[in-house]
Design a protein around this ligand. Structure first.
Ligand SMILES: [Zn+2]
Length: 319
């Protein structure tokens, strides 16, 4: 275990958030690239790839998500080093999708202690070979052989509070959202929340992994009660509470649309044909509509999206 001994870690079981929602209206879309969101807090926004969050303090740095490939992680580290030479003490892998952890090796080399939810590690172990085999590295000019499996050093279950240079940061698990293990990272000092896989802003989040859309919606509504001004999503731009509400409505409408078709015995083809959702055609990933609706159709008919069956030879996974 690397740096665990000289950092204080508090394990606290989650209690329900009793804080009422507050208005954080208005678009909070930030520029692409590495930009400051709040004191010490930075958002690395890559529309075509995955996002990361970074907290920089005088004596320690925390990184949420290490991107898809060590090359991506090196670029993120270079952005950090333009601002600070402090040690990267912590890395959080917010979910098991390869585009959020396959840069881990770069930060392990820097001495970071990597943390993830227990379920996240479990699926990483199941899916790593498939991820490495199917991710579109060549399209990004990256070498597939460079990706090595670097697992978390610390696993958590419900809540974990880190001390990052004197600033508390809370890792929170509210249950399975888009994915089992979806980890929220709360920055109370900045009134900001990294949303793991739970909330993607203006983005067709892949529905192939959720064990229950009702569960996902419950997690979204519970997350909504965390009192913040800005959300840092894993995909899409910085978000406001209004954006979160739009996403909750989006997930609910997809689910209801497919459910209504399934309930009256429609075929998959009929379900796809009558659920165009063109009002979301300007969201990132609309081209994934048929695949996402197919996953929901399978979830509601055979109980599991076939895309996520480990032996599946289906299309390569994506965000
Ligand atoms: Zn992703």
């Amino acid at each position: 275990m690397k740096s665990i001994l000289y950092i204080t870690v508090f394990y606290i079981f989650l209690s329900l958030f009793a804080v009422p929602p507050t208005a954080a209206q208005g678009q909070a879309a930030g520029p692409a690239g590495f930009s400051q969101v709040a004191p010490g807090l930075y958002f690395n926004y890559d529309f075509g790839g995955s996002n990361s969050a970074v907290l920089i303090t005088a004596t320690a740095i925390l990184v949420v998500d290490t991107r898809m490939h060590p090359d991506d992680a090196e670029r993120l580290l270079a952005e950090i080093r333009r601002i600070s030479d402090a040690p990267v003490r912590w890395v959080v892998n917010s979910q098991f999708h390869g585009d959020h952890y396959m840069g881990n090796a770069v930060f392990a080399r820097e001495g970071a202690t990597i943390i993830a939810h227990r379920d996240t590690q479990e699926v990483i172990l199941e899916r790593f070979d498939y991820e490495v085999r199917t991710r579109p590295f060549e399209q990004r000019g990256q070498n597939r052989e460079d990706v090595v499996l670097v697992l978390p050093d610390i696993l958590f279950d419900r809540k974990l509070t880190l001390d990052v240079g004197g600033i508390p940061v809370e890792l929170i698990y509210l249950g399975a959202g888009q994915n089992e293990g979806d980890t929220l990272v709360h920055f109370p000092h900045a009134r900001a929340l990294h949303t793991g896989g739970v909330f993607h802003n203006r983005s067709w989040a892949n529905t192939s992994y959720t064990p229950s859309v009702d569960g996902w919606l419950n997690v979204l509504r519970a997350m909504r009660r965390i009192d913040v001004d800005v959300y840092l999503p894993p995909h899409g731009p910085l978000a406001s509470l209004a954006d979160l509400d739009n996403f909750i409505e989006f997930v609910d409408r997809l689910h209801q649309g497919v459910k209504a078709a399934v309930d009256r015995g429609a075929t998959l083809e009929e379900t796809l044909a009558e659920n165009l959702f063109t009002e979301y055609s300007d969201w990132r990933g609309y081209e994934r509509r048929e695949r996402n609706l197919t996953a929901l159709f399978e979830l509601l008919t055979v109980g599991e999206a076939q895309y996520f069956v480990p032996s599946s030879r289906a299309a390569p996974i994506s965000p």
